[in-house]
Design a protein around this ligand. Structure first.
Ligand code: SAH
Ligand code: SF4
Ligand code: F3S
Length: 445
């Protein structure tokens, strides 16, 4: 009987895709996927450390395996991702969870096979976390789990050192993949039937900052969207300090590129933006939004916002609310500031008390939800194209997103997964839309 693996992923799209790469490695080794830790022979935790609660989440789930490991000594428990890459974290993990067998970081995930094999041949645990990034290893065997979407890394790492953020410390400096490798990968994904390509980087606009890509992000986006076939192109994340008109011109040129830009603003207060080391002002941000909407009036924006950053006054917070209203975001990810050891902001005085943070996040969430609801209501009666990405068992309906990332539910007699479906929206509920298929479903025998 073949051995089985189970991967548990925390964090962002980058990590989701890296878990697909880990799955590719494990399958190559002969392991098969299983859906629970109980059945698995190898369990991999792909961790995140962006905020304290992401770490606590992983700690809780790793800790819960103590009993299973006792009952099943042959089980291999491996921990990788951003948390293990944090300075000193492997020691913490070793102490807290002595039953972990393998630890590796974000910079050497390609070594997973070697590390697991080494563990199989020795009693001692295997810990290998690189200090410095190495040359990009091209990887073609990811076992993708997000059909019809495919994630494609265009670059790794981050050079920005926003003062609150741990990412530059756990992902290394920016490294760009060669444009030709990216284009070849996208071409083969389209040939395999993927319908949506999401280009990934911490700051896609600084693609090629190391000169290794061979072209700018705008040129790369143009090249990817020029590939034949019906598919959508998304990209994330854009950084307001580098977002530019060249990219918007390419969006204008290609209908394949979704009219949605994820442009994290973090705060509406210039004082706080400066303390965050974001290197733009709210004025520059608003000018970019205006530039985008001038060229593509229907374009929507989503964003990330942090409240309760050290020193944030009520006035600063209200500046964020004002900016949110002015931009009229389609949706926003909102976070309470979480100090990360080793970052500049963690050393800053004037921490904001928890009750004030809570109060601000609640007010902000309410504001964002009200904008989202208003936009949803406007959808009713409209016809939209949805790319079907799954089936919701509870609702008994298929679901998918339109090009603005809005979730739409619908009933369908035929299996609609991976199809572009035209829906007439009949009802909106919060962020979700409900529609009826108005395209003619092709019945298959
Ligand atoms: N590279 C992307 C975002 C990566 S992290 C960018 O620059 O936009 C995703 C989001 O997590 C960030 O945009 C930020 O809003 C949030 N975040 C990062 N560090 C955080 C911290 N210490 N506390 C709270 N939120 C944080
Ligand atoms: Fe973090 Fe800033 Fe880099 Fe984004 S750009 S990953 S927020 S340091
Ligand atoms: Fe992503 Fe979390 Fe790492 S957000 S880059 S998995 S710290």
């Amino acid at each position: 009987m073949s051995q089985k693996y189970h991967i548990i992923t925390y964090g962002c799209q980058m990590n989701l895709h890296e878990s697909e790469k880990m799955a590719g490695i494990l399958r190559h080794m002969g392991y098969e996927e299983c859906s629970s830790t109980q059945e698995a022979d190898v369990i991999v935790f792909n961790t995140c450390c962006i905020r304290e609660n992401a770490e606590n989440h992983a700690f809780g789930n790793i800790g819960a395996l103590k009993k299973l490991k006792k009952e099943k000594p042959g089980l291999i428990i491996a921990v990788g991702g951003c948390m293990t890459q944090e300075k000193g974290k492997t020691d913490v993990l070793k102490k807290k969870f002595p039953f972990i067998d393998v630890m590796f970081g974000t910079l050497n995930l390609e070594d997973l096979e070697t590390l697991i094999n080494r563990k199989r041949n020795q009693k001692k645990k295997v810990i290998e976390v690189l200090e410095k990034e190495r040359e990009i290893i091209e990887f073609t065997d990811a076992y993708r789990t997000s059909y019809p979407n495919a994630w494609v890394n265009i670059m790794y790492g981050c050079n920005n050192f926003c003062s609150y953020c741990i990412v530059p410390y756990v992902r290394g400096r920016e490294r760009s993949r060669k444009a030709e490798d990216i284009i070849t990968e996208v071409r083969s994904l389209i040939e395999e039937g993927y319908k949506e390509i999401t280009l990934l980087g911490q700051n896609v606009n600084s693609y090629n900052s190391d000169g290794k890509g061979g072209m700018t992000f705008a040129e790369l986006l143009d090249a990817v969207a020029s590939i034949d076939g019906k598919f959508r192109v998304r990209f994330m994340t854009s950084h307001p300090k580098d977002f530019n008109e060249d990219v918007v011109k390419v969006m204008e040129k290609h209908r394949k590129i979704c009219r949605l830009v994820h442009l994290p603003v973090q705060s509406g207060s210039d004082r706080i933006l400066q303390a965050m080391n974001r290197r733009y002002t709210s004025g520059k941000y608003l000018a970019e939004v205006e530039m985008l909407r001038k060229r593509i009036p229907e374009a929507e924006l989503t964003t990330d916002i942090i409240v309760g950053f050290p020193g944030e006054t009520e006035e600063d917070y209200l500046a964020t609310e004002a900016l949110v209203k002015q931009v009229d975001f389609a949706s926003a990810f909102t976070f309470v500031y979480s100090p990360r050891q080793g970052t500049k902001a963690a050393e800053m005085a004037d921490r904001i008390p928890e009750e004030i943070q809570k109060d601000r996040i609640m007010r902000l969430v309410e504001l964002v939800n009200s904008l989202t609801r208003k936009k949803s209501e406007k959808y009713v009666g409209k016809t939209v194209e949805i790319l079907c990405e799954g089936y919701d068992e509870k609702k008994g309906m298929y679901l998918g997103r339109d090009e603005f990332g809005r979730m739409g539910y619908f009933e369908s007699e035929s299996d609609a997964l991976g199809e572009f479906v035209t829906l007439k929206i009949v009802r909106a509920n919060g962020i979700s839309l409900y529609g009826e298929r108005v395209d003619v479903p092709i019945k298959e025998d």
